[in-house]
Design a protein around this ligand. Structure first.
Ligand code: MN
Length: 489
């Protein structure tokens, strides 16, 4: 089974996503490393910047075949060729709706233009993946005619796109079953998720003869997106024993990279790669998981590059509190655990979630002993104003030594965080999330700042609260870094 990833073309057509060449190259390298067979790197006709991206990707020496989207227009193919691509993902709008309203021509003319474009590509030794745009609404006989004539012309692959995402698994299966009876070349399937069926339709196509799946990381793509690579690959393997070249343990990290670069957050409940995909909260579940993970996990988190985690809320069980304390290397006796458990349960009943930092504070108060922190904030000065570059300086005690640092930023919070990062440069971490909630209303509101720090393969959540957003942000950072520093010892 071949995987064609179109994160860099269809995925980049996600509203709000626009990438520079360096970013596209970084994603392309990650996709290649992941084991993608074909990378649709972009559409050469789009812009000069896009051509630079495609050209750099094509000349990076990647193992994957590199393709550019092209319309059935010679100019598009010429520009794609200038980018040194291996393959033309040749898109021909084949439904009567598209032929008539978009191109203003008839089926015969469309077929002629398509075959001419294929011939042009073949004259230049390019691999051709002919993609029938709006293929799912194309007349079945015409689709077959296109497949047969284009195959004679020497195309390598024939892809049917469900461009507007209106298919169902049964219809997709029937369509591919019919096409695969006459096809002598690999068939590709390109699905959109408008009805939430992109993955199901892709699987149905594969079960009926498709040999190339068009997918994107995190399901990015126009409107509701494309079939997500992570879902299709795992469902094919897990559900049908159909294997790809994808190294599944890299799925999590690649999803994170694409999320970070594209700026489109992955929903927490997203299959395979969402933050909650391997997070357990309910007490009975956690108890079962600790005894035998298979009780409440479809697949092992390590298989897709994720870690199992527990969140303590009102459903928390005693076992998960103990497990979380063990994770933090906090040793307590049975009686103390029960006291800590009661407090966590109390907070959970108030509708709050207990993060690892909260649990540590609770444990500390119960143990009635001060945990030795590595970092203490001594002083913070943050300056901002009209015509003043936002600047902050911090004085932090790190393992007993005073460290003073200052930095500028886009605003006072940014400047303060930059100053802390400088002061703590020896501690490896990355700020991956910053979030502010207003607890009470009005301009004097108390705000809660929640941050996520990533250090190696651990993610620490910490928070700070107060009327001053800069101070609350700094408190959250110090608490988070303290958690990391403790684990490093
Ligand atoms: Mn598409």
């Amino acid at each position: 089974m071949l995987v064609l990833d179109t994160t860099l073309r269809d995925g980049e057509q996600t509203p709000g996503v626009s990438l520079i060449p360096q970013q596209k190259l970084e994603i392309a390298k990650a996709l290649d490393d992941l084991g993608v067979d074909i990378i649709e790197a972009g559409s050469a006709i789009t812009s000069e910047g896009e051509r630079e991206s495609i050209k750099r990707i094509a000349n990076e020496g990647l193992g994957a075949e590199i393709a550019s989207y092209s319309r059935i227009v010679q100019g598009d193919i010429d520009l794609a060729m200038k980018c040194d691509v291996d393959c033309i993902f040749l898109v021909s709008p084949t439904s009567d709706l598209h032929i008539k309203y978009k191109l203003g021509i008839g089926r015969d003319k469309l077929l002629e233009k398509t075959l001419d474009s294929i011939q042009y590509c073949k004259d230049h030794d390019l691999v051709v993946d002919l993609c029938c745009e709006d293929g799912s609404r194309t007349d079945a006989d015409f689709l077959e005619k296109l497949l047969i004539s284009a195959s004679k012309q020497g195309i390598e692959r024939f892809t049917v796109a469900d461009t507007v995402g209106i298919m169902t698994p049964e219809k997709t299966g029937a369509m591919f079953s019919k096409l695969s009876e006459v096809s002598k070349i690999p068939l590709g399937v390109h699905c959109h998720d408008d009805l939430g069926l992109a993955t199901a339709n892709t699987l149905a196509a594969v079960l009926n003869g498709a040999e190339v799946v068009n997918v994107t990381i995190n399901g990015l793509g126009e409107r509701a997106g494309n079939a997500p690579l992570e879902e299709v690959v795992m469902a094919l393997s897990f559900g049908y024993g159909v294997e790809t070249r994808i190294q599944t343990e890299k799925l999590g990290p690649v999803s994170d990279l694409v999320e970070k670069i594209c700026g489109i957050p992955v929903p927490p409940n997203k299959a395979i790669v969402g933050e909650n995909a391997f997070t357990h909260e309910a007490g009975i579940h956690v108890d079962g998981i600790l005894k035998k993970p298979e009780t409440y996990e479809a697949i092992k988190p390590e298989l897709v590059g994720r870690r199992r985690s527990f969140v303590l809320g009102k459903h928390v069980g005693l076992k998960s509190v103990k497990n979380a304390l063990d994770e933090m290397d906090i040793e307590v006796d049975d009686k103390t655990i029960k006291d800590i458990f009661k407090k966590v349960k109390y907070i959970g009943d108030k509708g709050k979630k207990v993060t690892s930092t909260d649990l540590e504070v609770i444990a500390k108060s119960v143990l009635d002993e001060d945990i030795e922190h590595a970092l203490y904030l001594d002083e913070l000065v943050a300056v901002a104003g009209n015509k003043i570059t936002p600047t902050a300086s911090v004085k932090i005690k790190i393992n007993g030594d005073d460290v003073v640092e200052s930095a500028v930023g886009t605003g006072p919070v940014d400047a303060a965080i930059n100053a802390i990062r400088r002061a703590t440069r020896d501690i490896p971490f990355e700020l991956i999330e910053y979030h502010v909630d207003s607890i009470s209303g009005g301009t004097g509101a108390v705000v809660q700042v929640t941050i996520k720090l990533k250090s190696k393969d651990r993610i620490i959540t910490a928070s700070g609260a107060g009327a001053d957003i800069v101070l609350a942000s700094v408190d959250a950072m110090i608490a988070g870094i303290n958690s990391i520093a403790r684990k490093l010892d």
